[in-house]
Every structure is written in structure tokens, then in C-alpha cells.
Design a protein around this ligand. Structure first.
Ligand code: ADP
Ligand code: ADP
Length: 235
């Protein structure tokens, strides 16, 4: 299996002498291509800090993070933006769609910036829109859509450029239970049918339960792992 993400003994401290918070305390794990991994933990456990370090928005204090073979802890600052654009897709709790663009334009924007041909964009986008069940809202603006539709549009935007890794931060945090279920089912579909590699952090067990493997984090440490379909009673 091709390794997409390798987190190696990372630590992250905030503050300075006398007043240090160890937000991450010796975290290591791997994600292979095609996996759907959840990281679950309570508020303050380090989820956001971990995701910020993996997404190159924040830097680690010690340790290494390798994404698609590149050690991001040693990448030059000026190369980080291109790295994020080429390798990562982001899904946020609050959707972050651009209000003055339609769903279609929101999704197409990243590809257009990269110089992709309109005809290529259209065929890519149509396929993904079908899987996410948003074909009927592509001409709508964010304010004309439900929260669930907005988040599925945001998900299409995150994966349309075919990133090596999609990072989702509390993707169901602003959704009701029906929209959450629909979103998570579409993550399952993207993962199974397009082999999209997803790393999702959440405090919510229902949300985490859709991933194939759940890592449990508390006080900046991963203390357990649940692999679905790996019930030891059947061994
Ligand atoms: P969540 O629980 O949704 O992850 P948090 O309240 O933990 O949100 O954090 C929100 C933002 O505030 C994050 O960007 C985090 O890095 C920052 N933050 C959290 N705790 C502190 C703190 N003690 N001092 C400064 N910034 C903090
Ligand atoms: P979560 O996302 O699981 O809620 P965070 O990663 O936001 O957890 O926070 C982990 C710990 O690090 C908390 O104790 C939080 O207060 C602390 N922390 C996060 N960001 C900052 C920051 N910018 N400055 C100081 N402390 C922070």
C-alpha cells in the first residue's frame, strides 16, 4: 500500500518558559492511499493543532510529517502554498464557500487558477457532482442552498483537483443529523469509488463511525485505535 501520510513523533508546544502547553505529545501514525481515517477526541485534546501541523498552517516543535513522500517540516516557507494547492484538499466546519460565486464556480475556481481547460473542468466536476448529489444546485449561490448542500459543494471543491490527501475538520459540526448522514455517506462513496484518501477530525462519535479506522486522541496523545471490520472475536 502506498503511504500518503506519515506522522513521526511530533510534539507541539505553545507558550514560553514557565508557561508551556504541550498540545501534542509524541504523536505517530500513518495513513495509506485510499484510507478513510478518523481522529476522535474531546475539546482541547489537540485535534485542531494536529490538523494545522499536517496542513502546513502551523509548524511542529519536534518530529517529522511526510506527505506523499515529502517532509513538510523541512519544506521552505515559499513552497508551502504550492504544496498545499498540489497535494491537499480542505473541508472546514463552516464550509467557507465564496458568496459571490455559484456552486459550480466555487468548485471550478481552484482548477481554473491552475490553468485547467474549461472542458476538462466540466467533465471532472460533473462526475464528482453526481457522486455528491449536488448536480441540481450547481447554478445556485451559497445563500440559496441548505447547509448540507453547501458542505457537499465544499467537499466537491476539496477533491476536484484530485489531491493526495483530503483534510476534514469537524465537517458535520454545523449540520443537522440528516445532512450529516448524507455528507458522511458521500465521503464513504468518494473513498470507495474514487479512492479519495481522507483524514477527518471530530469530537463526535457518529461522525467518526463512518471512517474505516478511528484514532483516539486525548491530552495530545493517541491512546487507542479502532479498526472497523477487525473484530477480534471473529479471529
Ligand atoms: P476547537 O475546539 O473547535 O478545535 P478551539 O477553541 O480549541 O476550537 O480553538 C480555536 C482556535 O483557538 C484554534 O485556532 C486554536 O489554535 C486557538 N486556541 C485554542 N486554545 C488557545 C489558547 N489557550 N490560546 C490561544 N489560542 C488558542
Ligand atoms: P481541539 O482541537 O481538540 O479542541 P486544540 O488543538 O485546539 O484542541 O488545543 C489543544 C491544546 O492546545 C489545548 O490545551 C489548547 O488550549 C492549546 N492551544 C491550542 N492552540 C493554542 C495557541 N495558539 N496558544 C496556546 N495554546 C494553544
Amino acid at each position: 500500500m502506498q503511504n500518503i501520510l506519515q506522522v513521526d513523533h511530533i510534539e507541539k508546544y505553545f507558550g514560553n518558559k514557565g508557561n508551556i502547553t504541550k498540545a501534542l505529545n509524541d504523536i505517530s501514525f500513518k495513513v495509506d492511499k485510499g484510507e478513510f481515517v478518523g481522529i476522535m477526541g474531546p475539546s482541547g485534546s489537540g485535534k485542531t493543532t494536529l490538523l494545522n501541523c499536517i496542513s502546513t498552517i502551523d509548524t511542529v516543535t519536534t518530529g517529522h510529517i511526510t506527505i506523499n513522500g515529502k517532509d513538510i517540516t523541512t519544506l521552505k516557507r515559499r513552497n508551502l502554498e504550492k504544496f498545499r494547492r498540489d497535494e491537499l484538499g480542505f473541508i472546514f466546519q463552516d464550509f467557507n464557500l465564496l458568496d459571490t460565486l455559484t456552486a459550480y464556480e466555487n468548485i471550478a475556481l481552484a482548477l481554473s487558477i491552475q490553468g485547467e481547460k474549461p472542458s476538462k473542468i466540466q467533465s471532472n466536476l460533473q462526475e464528482i457532482a453526481e457522486k455528491l448529489e449536488i448536480s441540481s444546485v450547481l447554478d445556485k449561490f451559497p445563500y440559496e442552498m441548505s447547509g448540507g448542500q453547501e458542505q457537499r459543494v465544499a467537499s466537491a471543491r476539496a477533491i476536484v483537483a484530485n489531491p493526495s490527501l483530503v483534510l476534514a475538520d469537524e465537517p458535520t459540526g454545523a449540520l443537522d443529523s440528516k445532512s450529516s448522514r448524507l455528507l458522511l455517506e458521500s465521503f464513504e462513496k468518494l473513498n470507495k469509488e474514487l479512492s479519495t484518501t481522507i483524514l477527518m477530525v471530530t469530537h463526535d462519535a457518529f461522525t467518526a463511525s463512518y471512517s474505516n479506522r478511528i484514532l483516539f486522541i486525548k491530552d495530545g496523545k493517541i491512546f487507542n485505535e479502532l479498526i472497523k471490520g477487525n473484530d477480534s472475536r471473529k479471529a
